[in-house]
Each structure stands twice: as structure tokens, then as C-alpha cells.
Ligand binder design. Structure first.
Ligand code: ZN
Length: 187
């Protein structure tokens, strides 16, 4: 949290949707959204994550950032595409100028979904194994980012699987309690 000590923390009423809040609208609470666009207001802007995917976007130059909570419902609602569009509309950042990072979330190693869920996504996001369907949320999100104009080489993924790595992370599916805060802030 270098440079952010003592700053106010703003969170959202997350609804697994695709609404995005602006830093200047941040208040004590009551904003129903699953992402933040931060263009310069001081503070820590966070989304809670536990198995869902934290997506970070920022321009290669300039002080701005976005953080977004993306589960399969958010992906289906087009959150990655809307996040890229919001960075352009609200901050004037072109998709080709964006860097993206995908943080820890439940990985394709552990994420079993029903065939009905898998059928709503690109076939490349589903992996058949041992008679089950495993879903790669990161593959789906990355594909949506690339289709929105973000360079494939500008998308990084790190942190691993929240379900396997109980030494590191909370997992909603594993223990049904606990969250992690993924946040951005401009210093
Ligand atoms: Zn795993």
C-alpha cells in the first residue's frame, strides 16, 4: 500500500453485474456496482473477491486505473468489455494503450460448472475432464479484452487459484466465509 496509508477506503454493493462506478461518485456506501474507474481522486477503491476474478486495467502512461469484480455472471454480462469501454469514455484511454492484469481467482483446475453455464461461453473457455466441465474464467476474460482491442501481450495473469492455494487465499467455495479486497489507488 505504498503511498496510500491513511487514505479513505471505498467499496461497493456488489451484485455480480456490470455496472461501473466513478471515483468522484464514491460515498459512504450504497453504490450498486462491480467495478471502479479511478481518474484522480485520492483514496483506495476496492472490490471484494473470493473465487471471482479481480481485473485491473491501467493506461501505459498517465495516472488512472480501474478494478473490476468478474465472476461468470459478470463475464456473461460483459463486464470486461464494459470496463474497456468505460476507460475510453470516462478517461479517454484507448484500448490499445491499456495494460491488464488478472489476479487470483478459482482456476480451471478446480472450477467445475454445469453444461448449461459452459454453453453460454466461448467453447475455448471450457475444458472437459473426467466427465466434468471445468471453466477457465481467465481465458474467457482475456478473450473479451482482446476482442475489445487490448493487446494480447499486454494482459498478464498471476496469483494462481484461490481454491487450491488455501495457504494464500480465501475461497468462497472452500470455506464460505472471508473475502479479499482487490484495490487501486492513485498516489
Ligand atoms: Zn485450483
Amino acid at each position: 500500500m505504498a503511498g496510500l496509508e491513511g487514505r479513505p477506503v471505498f467499496v461497493l454493493d456488489q451484485v455480480h453485474g456490470s455496472a461501473i462506478a466513478l471515483d468522484r461518485d464514491a460515498a459512504g456506501g450504497g453504490i450498486e456496482a462491480d467495478g471502479w474507474i479511478v481518474g484522480g481522486r485520492s483514496g483506495i477503491f476496492g472490490v471484494f473477491i473470493a473465487d471471482c476474478l479481480p481485473l485491473f486495467l491501467w493506461p501505459r502512461s498517465g495516472a488512472a486505473a480501474g478494478v473490476f469484480h468478474v465472476g461468470w455472471r459478470g463475464a456473461e454480462a460483459g463486464m470486461p468489455e464494459k470496463a474497456v469501454a468505460a476507460m475510453r469514455e470516462r478517461l479517454g484511454v484507448k484500448p490499445s494503450e491499456l495494460c491488464a492484469a488478472i489476479g487470483p481467482h478459482i482456476g480451471a483446475c478446480c472450477y467445475v460448472v454445469g453444461k448449461d453455464v459452459a454453453a453460454r461461453f466461448h467453447p475455448g473457455s471450457a475444458i472437459q475432464r473426467e466427465g466434468k466441465t471445468f471453466f477457465s474464467l481467465s481465458r474467457d476474460v482475456a478473450r473479451r479484452l482482446v476482442e475489445s482491442g487490448v493487446g494480447e501481450a499486454d494482459i498478464e495473469e498471476g496469483g494462481g487459484c484461490t481454491f487450491c492455494r488455501e495457504d494464500l487465499y480465501y475461497s468462497r467455495r472452500r470455506e464460505a466465509a472471508g473475502h479479499m479486497l482487490a484495490f487501486v489507488g492513485i498516489t
